[in-house]
Design a protein around this ligand. Structure first.
Ligand code: PMM
Length: 287
């Protein structure tokens, strides 16, 4: 996508939640120094982007005050940028997006797709940075009550198409716009699996697709023990890497993950496999 690193393969975005309450790493990277060190470590492991967020979006989470969000993310973004890391900001607030870009962020990742702050789309258009618009139906406090769909893949595709229209109307060129089905956001596990299996429909919207499956509850449920206890969050990284490999083969543009090394490896395998498939195709299958 225009303005972001070109690698010729699916990108890997490392997650850096500078929050006290994110579902998997809440509180771990709240201290600025620890957050910056972890961001640099993820870049060294091969993260193409490091996504810095100061608001937890886990189901039921309360929103932080804007000043607290700014105080959490801006110094970390500035320090990572100075260290040469490509940083994106995970925010629903236009003011945070503006200050994050001033501090060096190269793109804005908005889980609300511009719906939470009416100034977001015009701000991003003015800032001239890439924008990731996620499918969203409302704030985390009650989002799971909004997980009602006719056909989830068709409904999410239609609602994302509306976001493309709103973004382009606000002045964001499609070359700078990526989409995300928003796994776990107003979605049941069944909805998440249907969306992964329906990636082709989402890709037919014509925009790059980001997939954020990392450590999410639907993987915990899939890997539950015989008593039905979900697999604990840090033990979902191998399943996350499996999703990364499959999503890369299915044409994802970027994968947002906690464990960067596993997904970089998964993408390497997927890329090599796809290259071989293409070569076999050129040879008429005679190799
Ligand atoms: N998921 C979370 C936060 N931000 N951004 C995008 N684009 N896509 C996602 O799926 C997404 C996101 C919640 O997960 P986290 O608490 O592990 O960051």
């Amino acid at each position: 996508m225009e303005g972001l690193p070109e690698t010729g393969r699916c990108l890997v975005m490392g997650i850096l939640n500078v929050t006290p309450d994110s579902f998997s790493d809440g509180g771990v990277w709240l201290a600025e120094e620890a957050a910056v060190a972890h961001g640099i470590a993820m870049a060294r492991q091969g993260a193409d982007l490091v996504d810095v967020g100061g608001e937890s979006t886990r189901p039921g989470a309360a929103r932080p005050h804007q000043d607290d969000e700014l105080a959490r993310v801006v110094p970390v973004i500035a320090a990572l940028t100075r260290a040469g890391v490509n940083v994106t900001v995970d925010t629903m607030r236009s003011r945070v997006a503006r200050e994050a870009v001033a501090a060096g962020a190269v793109a804005v990742n908005d889980v609300s797709g511009g719906l939470a702050d009416e100034a977001m789309l015009s701000t991003v258009a003015e800032l001239e940075v890439p924008y990731i618009a996620m499918h969203w139906r409302g704030h985390s406090t009650d989002m799971q009550q909004r997980a009602t769909y006719g056909d989830v893949v068709e409904d999410v595709a239609t609602e994302l198409a509306d976001r493309v229209e709103a973004a382009t109307r606000a002045g964001i060129p499609t070359q700078r716009l990526a989409l995300d089905p928003g796994l776990g956001f107003a979605k049941t596990p069944e909805h998440n699996w249907a969306l992964l299996a329906g990636m082709e429909v989402l890709l037919s919207l014509g925009q790059p697709l980001l997939i954020g499956a990392s450590r999410k509850a639907f993987l915990g449920a899939l890997l539950a023990d015989p008593k039905g206890q979900p697999r604990p969050t840090p033990e979902r990284d191998d399943a996350t890497a499996a999703v990364s490999a499959l999503a890369a083969v299915c044409g994802a543009w970027c994968l947002r993950v906690h464990d960067v090394r596993r997904s970089v490896d998964a993408v390497s395998v997927a890329s090599r496999w796809m290259k071989e498939t293409a070569l076999a195709g050129q040879d008429g299958g005679g190799r």
